[in-house]
Design a protein. Sequence first.
Length: 134
Amino acid sequence: KKSGRRFLLFCSMVCYYIGMSLTNEVEKMAKHPSKEQLVEVVVCLVQEDVYVPMFIEKLERKHDVLVKDSITYFPVFTDESQVPEKYKRKFFLAKKPFLEVLDHLDTDRIAVNPFTQNLILEEELLKVVLSCRK
């Protein structure tokens, strides 16, 4: 339990110290994919808020789900500029800590900036991130 908290504290110090920006790190990953860059993205994600497209159905707040080839994706955006206007008109954007999104994950994967860089975070990686915080 303590090692997971230490990891998150370490991540926050790294992001602060080197001035990493989540949007920039995702853009770098899209241009030059590597395991090292994926680690940089995850380090930023665990410390940042993301924008989640939401809607109201039967007086409940629900998030959007993208489906492709019967695989479900939870869309998140690093900032509002990553959300196309046409898509934005259908939803309201809720700013949430990424780790809170993971707590309520009900899809197979997460799609970060699905209409621009479309970084897919696989279930196995999400499980590792969740296990580090416990």
